[in-house]
Design a protein around this ligand. Structure first.
Ligand code: LLP
Length: 415
């Protein structure tokens, strides 16, 4: 199998196994699509890549190359953006519990926008920002009471979410805006909402836009910016039917326009924060098949990685599909359970993969691991961090090297 015209078996010869491999062209094409379709003459539009899905210097360089902005949620993600030389005015800093150090770091780096999550943060930030020499745009994360995942969405009062302030709590929101507006270096620009991830139903986004706009209208103050978060889906198995990028963007724009008209809102900028939909399908994990065994009900394939490089099946019962390198065109003949090498029964990558006959040393390629794979990896069992390889038009490049055993004990001190 080839990824962006590079043979997977050559990648394994060069970089070893297991590996995360990204088709760089696919990542770039996805960002181009969002940029192309999130456009409308009446509104400024910003595509903000949610870097929690996959954050490293090379990825951030692609975000910059494609003229997108960047969403970060921690000092670590913020630092990586800074160290990469990303334009910090295009960074949106999120988080429900940013530390003083993280907020100071953001101000030192002159981050463009901070998404404030709660009243305590607003008070702290207005103190910290007293002496800075630039103006930070502030969005307030609100909880519009719409929750969506894959095909389902629910409208809830959802007052217990850890993120943002419920749109029902008008007094708190007005207090917060007052605190922000009283600080000369903070500019209150508007609101942010995010309703979930891997969302397949465009009505969920329409509902989100309607709720947020209705709330803004009821609040009775003018705001310039609305950020509707991410959540656009990706294809993991053939059961998945994400909304095409052009449709998602058009849906959002039309919904905003009709609300602007309905409530005579003064909105002039909208933002979205796609993470998964930009990187998920471009990424694959390449494993080598090791031992195999049959139990009364299962044919096990053991691979040389597992939950330490992909926690999603264990954590969310996420489903993946895979192919065996060189056997893509063979008829499937056997059901296999693909398990990793971690010391944990739940260490399963695919519960039931219907594949052609598999042999030890075959390369097994799990698709759509580009989002929340590398970024949620762990060192369980002191597993080595996998390298990340970008492929483009027949060429490969290692953008994160494989960890070594020395890396693993680098931070440790003797007793
Ligand atoms: N913006 C905000 C404020 C978010 O909280 C998130 C994701 C995004 C944007 C990007 O959402 P996306 O476009 O990637 O769906 N670890 C989980 C996903 C958690 C998503 C958290 N927030 C998973 O592996 O499925």
């Amino acid at each position: 199998m080839k990824i962006s015209n590079v043979e997977v078996r050559d990648l394994v010869k060069t970089y070893g196994s297991p590996l995360y491999v990204y088709d760089q062209t696919m990542v770039e094409d996805k960002m181009n699509l969002f940029k192309k379709y999130l456009k409308c003459p009446e509104l400024d539009c910003d595509v903000i890549y949610a870097s929690k899905a996959f954050n490293c210097k090379a990825m951030i360089q692609l975000v910059s190359k494609k003229d997108c902005s960047l969403d970060v949620v921690s000092g670590g993600e913020l630092y990586t953006a800074y160290a990469t030389g990303f334009d910090m005015s295009r960074v949106y800093f999120h988080g429900n519990n940013k530390s003083i150090d993280e907020l100071n770091m953001a101000l030192k780096y002159k981050v463009g926008t901070i998404i404030v999550d709660n009243l305590m943060e607003a008070r702290l930030l207005s103190e910290l920002a007293k002496d800075i020499d630039y103006t930070v745009a502030i969005l307030l994360r609100v909880n519009p009471g719409v929750e969506a995942h894959t095909h389902e969405y629910i409208v809830t009062a959802n007052i217990d979410s850890k993120f943002g302030i419920s749109v029902e709590k008008k007094e708190d929101i007005l207090d917060l805006i007052h605190i922000i507006s009283s600080c000369p270096n903070l500019s209150f620009d508007g609101f942010h909402a995010h309703i979930g991830s891997q969302i397949f139903d465009k009505q969920a986004f329409v509902l989100e836009v309607n709720k947020v706009c209705e709330f803004v209208s009821n609040l009775g103050i003018e705001v310039s910016t609305l950020n509707f978060g991410g959540g656009f889906g990706a294809v993991y198995t053939d059961e998945d039917t994400p909304i095409p990028v052009d449709v998602v963007c058009d849906t959002l724009i039309q919904a905003v326009k009709s609300n602007v008209e309905k409530y005579a809102l003064k909105i002039n900028k909208i933002c979205i924060e796609p993470g998964r939909s930009i990187v998920a399908e471009a990424g694959s994990t390449v494993y080598t098949v090791g031992f195999m065994k049959e139990t009364p009900h299962k044919n096990y394939i053991f691979v040389d990685g597992g939950m330490s490089d992909n926690i999603r099946p264990a954590l969310y019962q996420a489903k993946y599909s895979c192919v065996i390198d060189g056997k893509e065109d063979e008829m499937p003949s056997k059901h296999y359970k693909i398990a990793g090498k971690c010391c944990e029964s739940g260490d399963v990558i695919i519960e039931d993969a219907f594949l052609p006959e598999v042999k030890p040393n075959d390369l097994l390629i799990v698709k759509t691991t580009g989002a929340y794979g590398y970024s949620m990896a762990s060192h369980y069992n002191k597993a080595l961090g996998l390298p990340v390889i970008f492929c483009k038009e027949g060429k490969s490049q290692c953008v994160i090297r494989r960890e070594t055993y020395d890396d693993l004990i680098r931070l440790e001190n003797d007793l």
